[in-house]
Write a protein that binds this ligand. Structure first.
Ligand SMILES: Cc1cc2nc3c(=O)[nH]c(=O)nc-3n(C[C@H](O)[C@H](O)[C@H](O)COP(=O)(O)OP(=O)(O)OC[C@H]3O[C@@H](n4cnc5c(N)ncnc54)[C@H](O)[C@@H]3O)c2cc1C
Length: 412
């Protein structure tokens, strides 16, 4: 008993350990474990019977898909590999009011700040060449740690099963179609059968690739990001700030998204093939350069990648649909993807219900999702991708590009 000591979430085992196994039970997150069934060579456990729909990933795309599917009466399972849905946050958390209203009423519990103004500053060779200011369009900076969890809670309330700390590690396939997933849960390998699978596993998506879909991203279509939550900033709390500056953020842009109480998400994205240094090195330089930010303190640092590619095509295969960042449904000009992810998740769930009811879950039966996604989201995404191509990084500090960017950022 004396051999284990738990302090500040650190479990230490002393030399007096007699391997009684108590530490395994004491570990609050299950990081310590005894060999699982599969490690002992036993067959993997089959759990939970059969679901109509398994959704992989509980970000906005997956949670929305599970919520809608459960509302439509599908036996739905939502699997998330992290132990806390929505955390850590890898997002600047900006959304437009009108876009959000399609899904749910804004709630103070998951909104950090209301924003009604925006400014864009474009610089070339260290000099300001364009300035744009706008007001009137209402938007929010979310608290995604809560927002994502609330979406998953809505899914659960509608009847979906939600499981955290359950990583999908493979697919079940039979007769050339996806018919379930293999997951790892508490050290055990489990197989879960499903009529359909929705892959909502974000930028790092592997599920689509396992099913034979092309989800590769070229370096020039990936935006490498670093972001601080800065406390103690001197910044208009109702205004979003954007900087287009090839020296500070090559091929991308820098942002300040206020979060209330003198805090803001301050970050930048750099086009992965254009960088000479890490995104964090660019970010430090940006923060030091801006007087409104230089005296503030970083209280959180996050890094992440945004796909600014053309959406995947096809989006469906036999028994599986791709949604959200996994499908590259992100605005290539702004990197905004929360609302697109939610729209795609909802569309895919609707088509899942129809396909299951009609008994056709082949790629043909799921094609209605691809058609809708391309009609409702895809046209804008393709247009903004082409605009990004038309304005290579060196030409973005121009009036034309700033105007295009302002329109795209307004609808984020
Ligand atoms: C720095 C940064 C700033 C951004 N700022 C904005 C912004 O201001 N506004 C905006 O609209 N968008 C923004 N985005 C983009 C936005 O965050 C994404 O578009 C959005 O989160 C996509 O939602 P999703 O559900 O598709 O993917 P995600 O939110 O990435 O969710 C995917 C989930 O799948 C889980 N998962 C992955 N693999 C597995 C597996 N094998 N098994 C189980 N679970 C798995 C992950 O843990 C994750 O929870 C930003 C992105 C970054 C990186």
């Amino acid at each position: 008993m004396d051999a284990i000591h738990l302090a500040e979430m650190r479990l230490t085992v002393r030399e007096t350990c007699i391997e009684c196994g108590l530490c395994v039970m004491a570990c609050p997150v299950g990081a310590l474990r005894e060999p699982g069934a599969h490690e002992l060579g036993r067959p993997s456990a089959r759990v939970g019977g059969r679901y109509d729909l398994v959704v992989v990933g509980a970000g906005p795309a997956g949670a929305m898909a599970a919520w809608r599917a459960a509302e439509l009466g599908l036996a739905t399972l939502l699997l998330e590999k992290r132990q806390e849905i929505g955390s850590p946050v890898r997002c600047a958390e900006g959304v437009a009011h009108e876009a959000l209203l399609q899904f749910l009423e804004p709630d103070p519990s998951w909104i950090s700040a209301r924003v009604e103004r925006a400014q864009i500053v474009a610089l070339a060779n260290g000099k300001v060449v364009e300035r744009w200011q706008g007001s009137g369009g209402l938007g929010y900076v979310l608290e995604r740690r809560v927002f994502d969890r609330v979406l998953a809670e809505r899914a659960a309330l509608a009847g979906a099963q939600v499981r955290v700390k359950t990583a999908v590690t493979g697919l079940l396939q039979g007769d050339g179609a996806v018919c379930g997933v293999v997951a790892e849960w508490q050290g055990q390998r489990i197989e879960i059968e499903a009529g359909l699978v929705i892959a909502a596993d974000g930028i790092e998506s592997r599920v689509g690739t396992w099913a034979g879909l092309n989800t590769q991203i070229a370096l020039e279509d990936a935006m490498a990001c670093a972001q601080y939550l800065l406390a103690g900033i001197d910044w208009d709390p109702g205004c979003l700030g954007y900087w287009i500056d090839d020296e500070i953020a090559p091929g991308g842009y820098a942002w300040v998204f206020p979060k209330g109480d003198g805090r803001a998400n301050v970050g930048l994205g750099v086009q992965a093939d254009q960088t000479k240094e890490t995104p964090l090195a660019y970010l430090n330089r940006f923060v030091e350069r801006e007087p409104a930010l230089a005296k503030a303190s970083p209280v959180t640092l996050v890094a992440g990648t945004v796909p600014v590619a053309l959406p995947c095509r096809p989006l469906v295969t036999h028994g599986l649909m791709l949604v959200g960042d996994a499908a590259r449904q992100v605005d290539p000009l702004t990197g905004g993807g929360i609302i697109n992810a939610m729209s795609a998740g909802r569309m895919a769930a609707q088509v899942a219900a129809e396909a299951l009811a009609g008994g056709d879950t082949t790629a043909r039966g799921l094609m209605a999702y691809q058609e809708q996604a391309e009609r409702i989201l895809g046209r804008r995404l393709v247009r903004n991708y082409r605009l990004r191509e038309r304005f290579p990084p060196a030409r973005r500090a121009s009036r034309d590009f700033v105007r295009l960017f302002a329109v795209a950022a307004g609808g984020k």
